[in-house]
Design a protein around this ligand. Structure first.
Ligand SMILES: Cc1cc2nc3c(=O)[nH]c(=O)nc-3n(C[C@H](O)[C@H](O)[C@H](O)COP(=O)(O)OP(=O)(O)OC[C@H]3O[C@@H](n4cnc5c(N)ncnc54)[C@H](O)[C@@H]3O)c2cc1C
Length: 323
């Protein structure tokens, strides 16, 4: 986990005048050129737009990565640790066309395609479990009596519950997944190592505005980071800042999830399941989602999904969003 923003100066062998400052922030190494570079470099540095990105979730990490890649001098401020909230606990499910017909359609399509190309650039399959998926919808009716093995060919072998009406709702061309925490951390590590992003662990308290423009990000404890622009990517906490809440409302939705560790990772086929689940005692059907992934299985909404799939689970950990 990222833990500190302390920077220890270190001179590495290399071209003259080229000092590199390295600080270990746990598993991320921070590398920045020092200000003692050539005058031209110093001038160039001065002309770079200084952007403070607040929030170390997937939105903050991606924003920092792409801005720094375009040449901005980026500092990312995270109050706790990188991907500690929804961005570390999500299903990591991606779909190209599930927003079609709505205002987010083109954004969702661009995002899906960007994930595909990022996975090539960042070795996504190895680094953060990127993989295309077949996505099924199923109906399960809970039963107290033992049921025979599922005869339906289209179901993955690890579904042994009384499943009905399997329907393919996404193919390997239209749906995919990532491990969200690994994705966020991989991208930020790249941003730090190759594009000089600095990570600061600290809590943003407010944004200083002067003459109609942003002047600095103000952190708890009095630290001030001067900026030409501040990006607020604080997830559901964004609404706590009056600069935003005075304009529009941001709020969070709680969801719970569990991660199960399978005994046989090889049995985890590239499928995602969207279930309509009828409990034995009746009541409204529920709609858990199941995202098996090579890096640990994830179920969304209900923890007892474990009852209707057979995965020889070693560990069942209930995980809650921390807001
Ligand atoms: C259970 C669950 C399953 C999900 N499944 C999917 C899915 O399958 N596919 C999908 O696309 N989306 C999914 N989502 C939604 C997705 O996870 C979120 O939309 C996304 O992670 C939001 O990212 P974010 O960076 O905006 O916010 P967050 O991940 O909430 O990050 C905000 C960060 O800001 C930091 N912060 C807060 N206040 C401050 C402050 N004052 N100063 C500094 N830092 C601060 C927090 O510590 C946090 O790290 C799921 C969400 C949940 C909860």
């Amino acid at each position: 986990m990222l833990a500190t923003s302390r920077v220890e100066p270190l001179v590495l062998p290399g071209p003259p005048l080229r000092q590199i400052r390295i600080s270990r922030i746990s598993n991320i190494t921070l590398i920045r050129r020092s200000s003692s570079s050539s005058a031209a470099e110093a001038m160039e540095e001065q002309q770079r737009q200084r952007v403070v990105v607040c929030g170390g979730g997937v939105i903050g990490a991606c924003t920092a990565y792409f801005l720094a890649k375009k040449g901005a001098a980026v500092t990312l401020v995270e109050k706790s640790s990188i991907a500690c909230a929804a961005s570390g606990k999500a299903g990591g499910f991606l779909a190209i066309d599930w927003c079609d017909g709505g205002p987010l359609s083109s954004l969702a399509r661009a995002s899906f395609n960007l994930h595909r190309s990022l996975a090539q650039d960042l070795d996504g399959p190895q680094s953060y479990g990127y993989r295309p998926l077949t996505t099924l919808s199923l109906t399960i009716t809970e039963s107290q009596t033992p049921h025979p093995q599922n005869p339906t060919q289209s179901l993955p072998s690890w579904v042994d519950g009384p499943a009905r009406n399997p329907r393919t709702i996404g193919t390997t061309n239209t749906t995919a997944q990532v491990h969200p925490e690994l994705f966020t951390r991989t991208l930020l590590t790249k941003a730090v190592e190759e594009h000089g992003v600095e990570v600061v662990i600290g809590k943003l308290e407010s944004v200083a505005v002067e003459g109609g423009g942003v002047r600095a990000a103000l952190l708890e404890g009095g630290r001030e980071i001067v900026a030409d622009a501040v990006v607020l990517a604080l997830g559901p906490w964004s609404g706590k800042l009056s600069i935003l809440s005075s304009i529009f409302r941001v709020y969070g939705l709680k969801a719970h999830s569990i991660v199960l560790e399978p005994k046989e990772p090889g049995a985890i086929s590239p499928h995602a399941l969207f279930l309509t689940y009828y409990a034995a005692q009746g009541g409204k059907p529920m709609d858990p989602e199941v995202y098996p992934r090579p890096t640990g299985m994830f179920t969304d909404h209900m923890f007892w999904i474990i009852c209707i799939i057979s995965l020889n689970c070693l560990v069942a950990e209930k995980m809650w969003g921390n807001w």
